[in-house]
Design a protein around this ligand. Structure first.
Ligand code: 4AD
Ligand code: MG
Length: 443
């Protein structure tokens, strides 16, 4: 049953005038009672196959003719180069239907079903997500996504970072209580799904010094926006002996590496989505400017945006701010009141913390949040007290400081957000196989 020949190889011409065995799914089928033109799809492309009654015999010809879209098949035949749509076609000599589709229950995703769908096309496609994955748009997104994951791993591994895993059940917030998911845990009331790997990474920082992960993080985000999921994939790194600027260099480095990896591996896919490759090259080839939070507030105020110093910037504001950016920009030195306890105060002016967000251009906004950590025991205890946060769940975290604390920092990158931005998608749910938001946990 092993599959040896893939449609993209046939389309490259390497099998012209040879016999091949195709394995795939029926994408389209038309023709007469004597000849059928069947487009077969596999994970690598589409190719037209031609079946004639006189060659196939009545039994298989009729079976093929009666087979509905998404039936799976194996087909043998000779490859010919043609001047039709795909440049090559297969003249079928024999074959078999492997998994047929019941005519009482045809493949539901059709243009007319989408047009008629109650609740609109988007909800219809989300309800049928498990089948929508087979369409070329989703396949393309998933291939781009895979290259983004690969690029994150290669960036960190090539620089001697150790991949490290943290628990997903936790008993304290990282990013504030408002987006914590409580989980029933054997009758306990203080167990949550993790918002970030960070605190547990800091515990391992004195052991590994350079570490990273890619794992799901969870946020109980009630608002449904085009950049929020309740379960998202988080690429995070932590590094010992590093300042905010050194952490930012890695943020820039990994994002530029992702962009250049996509150009190497996925140019065709990006083009098929209508993405301008010049933009992606620009994000790969240029360095990213650094701007202080205060400067961003001034820019926004000069554009008559209603924003006060001290507020965190939400999507509506980042969208305006980044609309004119040519490349991603770092925003540093947020007011202490806008950020959680773990951010280190700026020794030069304690109103601020030594942190950064990386904002993607074209209105996409925040893709990275990170900075230098509060690393002395005294300061972390003060910061927890200031916030009124109970210390008990953080005892392990405070221990990192009690036993040989060192300056360190790190960041978290929203992998789904980076996929959305680099593919030019309108909505974060386009780039993840089964998006989760406040309303949807099915299919
Ligand atoms: O800015 P955030 O909340 O920072 C942290 O979680 C830090 N503890 C990370 C660290 O320093 N290790 O989240 C980091 C990134 C954001 O910049 C964003 O890209 C992504 O995670 N993110 C989300 N992506 C999709 N849906 C959501 N609900 C997200 N929340 C954050
Ligand atoms: Mg953030």
């Amino acid at each position: 049953m092993v599959k040896e020949i893939w449609i993209n190889e046939i389309l490259s011409g390497q099998y012209d005038d040879q016999e091949v065995e195709l394995k795939g799914w029926i994408h389209r089928s038309r023709g007469s009672n004597k000849i059928r033109f069947i487009v077969i799809r596999d994970s690598t492309g589409h190719i037209q196959c031609v079946g004639k009654r006189e060659v196939l015999g009545d039994e298989f010809f009729d079976e093929l003719k009666g087979s509905l879209i998404e039936s799976s098949v194996t087909l043998k035949g000779i490859v010919r180069s043609t001047d039709r749509e795909h440049g090559h076609e297969v003249q079928i000599s024999s074959g078999a239907i492997v998994g047929s589709v019941n005519p009482d229950r045809p493949f539901p995703i059709t243009e007319s079903a989408m047009a008629e769908a109650d609740g609109g096309e988007t909800e219809f496609l989300l309800d049928n997500r498990h089948l929508y994955l087979r369409t070329s748009r989703m396949t393309t997104m998933l291939k781009i996504r895979s290259s983004v994951f690969g690029a994150v791993h290669s960036y960190f591994r090539d620089r001697d970072f150790i991949e490290y895993q943290a628990p997903n059940f936790v008993s304290g917030a990282v990013e504030g209580g408002s987006t914590l998911f409580e989980v029933p845990y054997f009758g306990r009331k203080d167990v949550y799904l993790t918002q970030s790997w960070q605190l547990y990474a800091e515990a391992a920082m004195p052991a590994l010094e350079r570490l990273y992960t890619m794992a799901p993080s969870f946020r109980a985000e009630k608002s449904r926006t085009r950049r929020h999921l309740t379960e998202f994939w988080h690429a995070e790194m932590e590094i010992a002996w590093a300042t905010n600027n050194e952490v930012m260099k890695h943020g820039e480095g990994v994002v530029r590496h992702i962009a250049s990896t996509l150009l190497d591996e996925r140019s065709d896919e990006l083009l098929s989505l209508g993405r301008d490759l010049e933009l992606v090259s620009r994000y790969a080839d240029n360095s990213y400017p650094i701007m202080r939070y205060d400067e961003a507030i001034e820019i926004l105020q000069s554009k008559d945006v209603d924003v006060d110093w001290g507020q965190d910037l939400d999507f509506s504001k980042e969208k305006i701010l980044t609309a004119d950016f040519e490349v991603p920009h770092f925003l540093t030195h947020y007011p202490k009141i806008a950020k959680p306890f773990y951010h280190r105060q700026d020794p030069d002016d304690q109103k601020y913390v030594l942190c950064h967000d990386l904002l993607a251009p074209e209105g996409y906004g925040e893709i990275i949040g990170g900075g230098e950590r509060t690393w002395s025991e005294k300061e972390i205890l003060e910061r927890l007290d200031e916030e009124g946060t109970p210390k008990e769940p953080y005892e392990f975290y405070i221990d990192t400081r009690r036993y040989g604390g060192v300056p360190h920092g790190g960041f978290g990158l929203g992998v789904d957000r980076v996929c959305t931005w680099l593919s030019g998608a309108d909505h974060i749910r386009e780039v993840i196989p089964f998006p989760r938001d406040s309303r949807r946990v099915t299919p």
